[in-house]
Write a protein that binds this ligand. Structure first.
Ligand SMILES: NCc1[nH]cc(CCC(=O)O)c1CC(=O)O
Length: 310
């Protein structure tokens, strides 16, 4: 007999806890009688804070321990920022639910400058994301990009201590944590194309756990799910993981998917970019097609170089 408590695995960061609580509240509204327990897990990604993620194995570090807890039966589901979830899931796990997406863009945050264009020559910008770095440098090669890791709150503290002229953070994280007043400028996709999955929350569970799958199914947002599938298919084909500056962003317009993809070198000297439209029902095909266009533009050469240069 299945224990009737539903257990949700989560990281302990304030953002992860907010997202998990968001899922719990949605489940509570659906099943007021259901007991729901939150299982907090400390991941490697949370422990190692001084090294760029790309050097220590990438963003997968944030999800691996949560996945192990699912496989070990210590939890029934795990809540993730889709941006942190590698395209290949461990066998036995699935990601059947993608919740309605929050604003997917990046935010320019500064205590002294109203927007990116107002930054003086050589200004210091904090980010450890190669995707953000390469796009910032493509636009403003004069900027000095410095590493910045840690929770959203920690990053803001470092900005406030004067370590940077500005930092770039996801709008979604700032909003969820009630810090949207820190946003000086929303960086639209023509300035910085968002990360694949940014702003979307996914729920992972065991493939053989029908009970949990039925429970969480109503939390899925079809439109967001199709968008995220298209974006993740780019990564699937490029196989870049997070050592490579890759960006992908799908929208729905006229009931079709509009997908943009970008691959760049970390210094932003070469930026490959392409846009495709396709049927809402076939997101993987569109993402795959887009990746192939980027490959035909020379993305494969970039991908190989970077894999061995870390
Ligand atoms: N890199 C960590 C991370 N993972 C997800 C978000 C934001 C929330 C989201 O994208 O859903 C953040 C913070 C940030 O990039 O500023």
């Amino acid at each position: 007999m299945k224990n009737n408590r539903l257990k949700i695995a989560t990281r302990k960061s304030p953002l992860a806890l907010w997202q998990t609580n968001h899922v719990r509240e949605a489940l509570r509204r659906l099943y007021p009688e259901q007991l729901i327990e939150i299982v907090e897990i400390t991941t490697q990604g949370d422990k190692i804070l001084d090294t760029p993620l790309a050097k220590i194995g990438g963003k997968g570090l944030f999800v691996k321990e949560l996945e192990n807890s699912l496989l070990a039966g210590q939890a029934d589901m795990a809540v993730h920022s889709m941006k942190d979830v590698p395209v290949e899931l461990p066998s036995g796990l699935i990601l059947p639910v993608i919740m309605c997406r929050e604003e997917p863009y990046d935010a320019f945050v500064s205590n002294h400058y109203p927007n990116l264009a107002a930054l003086p020559l050589g200004a210091i910008v904090g980010t450890s994301s190669l995707r953000r770095q390469s796009q910032l440098l493509a636009l403003r090669p004069d900027l000095s990009i410095r590493p910045l890791r840690g929770n959203v709150g920690t990053r803001l503290q470092k900005l406030d201590r004067g370590e940077f002229d500005a930092i770039v953070l996801a709008v979604a994280g700032l909003k969820r944590l009630g810090m949207s007043e820190r946003i000086r400028e929303i960086l639209t996709p023509d300035i910085i194309l968002p990360a694949i999955g940014q702003g979307a929350i996914g729920i992972e569970c065991r493939e053989d756990d029908q009970v949990t799958q039925e429970r969480i199914a109503p939390l899925n947002d079809y439109a967001t799910q199709q968008r995220i599938k298209a974006e993740r298919a780019i990564n699937q084909r490029l196989g870049g993981g997070c050592q490579v500056p890759i960006a992908g962003f799908a929208e729905i317009s006229d009931n079709e998917l509009l997908l943009r993809g970008l691959v760049a070198d970390p210094q932003g000297k070469q930026v490959l970019y392409h846009t495709l439209r396709g049927a809402l029902e076939f997101p993987e095909e569109l993402g795959d097609q887009l990746a192939q266009v980027l490959l035909s533009q020379g993305a494969d050469r970039f991908l190989q170089t970077w894999q061995f240069s870390a």
